[in-house]
Design a protein around this ligand. Structure first.
Ligand code: NAD
Length: 257
C-alpha cells in the first residue's frame, strides 16, 4: 500500500514524478467540483448519499419511460448549482500544470464545464460523460445550447419535446445505462495507454468504463497517483495516494513542478 498522508515529502515526490514524466494524463471526477459548490454523488454530502432515490433521474431507462422522472429532472436542472458555479483552486491548478507543459490530456467525468471555464484548453479536455451545457434529442440526435430548453421549462413546459421530431430531450450527458460516445471513449483509452503518469483526482473510481482507465495506464507501466478524500478500489495499486482536500493538495503539488 502506498503512503497516504499528503505530507510535504509525498507532495514533493509526486511533483518530481511529474517533472520527470513525458505524458501526464489526469482524470477528474465530481470531487474536484465539490469545492465549487456542486455536490458529488457518493461523497459524505453526495446527492445519492443523502437521497438514494435521486439515482432514478440519472438512469436512462427511467428517464425515457417515465414522464414524471423527466418533469422532476427538468425542475432539478433549473435549480442546479452548475449554472453559476465558478472554478476553484483545483481547476486552476490543472490550468497551471498545462501552462508548465505538463498536462497532455485531461479526461473528466464531470459534466459541469468548469475545466474549460478555468482556462484548460478545450482540445486537451475529454468530457467522457458529456456536458450539461448542451441538450440532446434522444430521437433525432439534435443538439444545441441547454439555455434554449431551460427557457422553455421556465415558460411552463414541464417536459419540453424536441422541436424537430417531437422526441425526448435531455442534457447532453451520459446517464446510467447509456452508452458512451465510442469516439470519445477511444480517445480516452488512447490517452490512458500513452500515459507514463496518470493522476485520478476526486473520483470514487467505481463508475465504468471510466474506472478502467487507471488500470489501463498501470498495465502500460504508468505511475498512478490518486488524490481523493475517501478510499478507492485502486488505492492498493497506486504509487501514491493523497487523501486530502483537492483544493489544497493539488495546488501544493503543481507549484513544486
Ligand atoms: P463520485 O461522487 O462517485 O466520487 C467523488 C469522490 O470525490 C468521493 O470519493 C469523495 O470522497 C471525493 N471528494 C469529494 N470532494 C472532495 C474534495 N474536496 N477533495 C478530495 N476528495 C473529494 O464521483 P465520480 O467518481 O466522478 O463518479 C460519479 C459520476 O457523477 C460521474 O460520472 C460524473 O459524471 C457525475 N457527476 C458529475 C458532477 C459534476 O460534473 N460536477 C457532479 C456529480 C456527479
Amino acid at each position: 500500500m502506498a503512503d497516504i498522508s499528503p505530507d510535504t515529502e509525498l507532495i514533493e515526490r509526486v511533483a518530481e514524478w511529474i517533472r520527470g514524466a513525458q505524458h501526464v494524463v489526469v482524470m477528474t471526477g465530481a470531487g474536484i467540483s465539490t469545492e465549487a459548490g456542486i455536490p458529488d454523488f457518493r461523497g459524505p454530502q453526495g446527492i445519492w448519499t443523502k437521497n438514494p432515490g435521486a439515482e432514478r433521474t440519472a438512469t436512462l431507462q427511467y428517464y425515457l419511460s417515465d414522464r414524471e422522472v423527466r418533469v422532476r429532472a427538468w425542475r432539478n436542472r433549473l435549480e442546479s448549482p452548475m449554472w453559476h458555479a465558478e472554478p476553484n483552486a483545483g481547476h486552476y491548478a490543472l490550468v497551471e500544470l498545462e501552462k508548465k507543459g505538463k498536462l497532455e490530456t485531461l479526461i473528466t467525468q464531470n459534466v459541469d464545464g468548469l475545466h474549460q471555464k478555468a482556462g484548460s484548453s478545450p482540445e486537451r479536455v475529454i468530457e467522457i460523460h458529456g456536458t450539461v451545457h448542451e441538450y440532446m434529442c434522444m430521437g433525432c440526435g439534435d443538439r444545441g445550447p441547454i439555455e434554449v430548453v431551460l427557457e422553455r421549462v421556465r415558460a411552463g413546459e414541464e417536459d419540453p419535446p424536441c422541436r424537430k421530431c417531437g422526441g425526448i430531450l435531455k442534457t447532453a450527458t451520459i446517464s446510467f445505462g447509456q452508452n458512451l460516445d465510442p469516439d470519445v471513449l477511444e480517445r480516452s483509452y488512447r490517452a490512458a495507454q500513452r500515459a507514463d503518469l496518470f493522476m485520478a483526482i476526486g473520483t470514487s473510481l467505481v463508475v465504468y468504463p471510466a474506472a478502467y482507465l487507471p488500470g489501463m495506464a498501470l498495465e502500460n507501466g504508468a505511475r498512478l497517483v490518486i488524490i481523493n478524500a475517501e478510499p478507492t478500489p485502486y488505492d492498493d495499486h497506486a504509487h501514491a495516494v493523497l487523501r486530502g482536500r483537492i483544493g489544497e493538495v493539488l495546488p501544493a503539488i503543481v507549484e513544486r513542478v
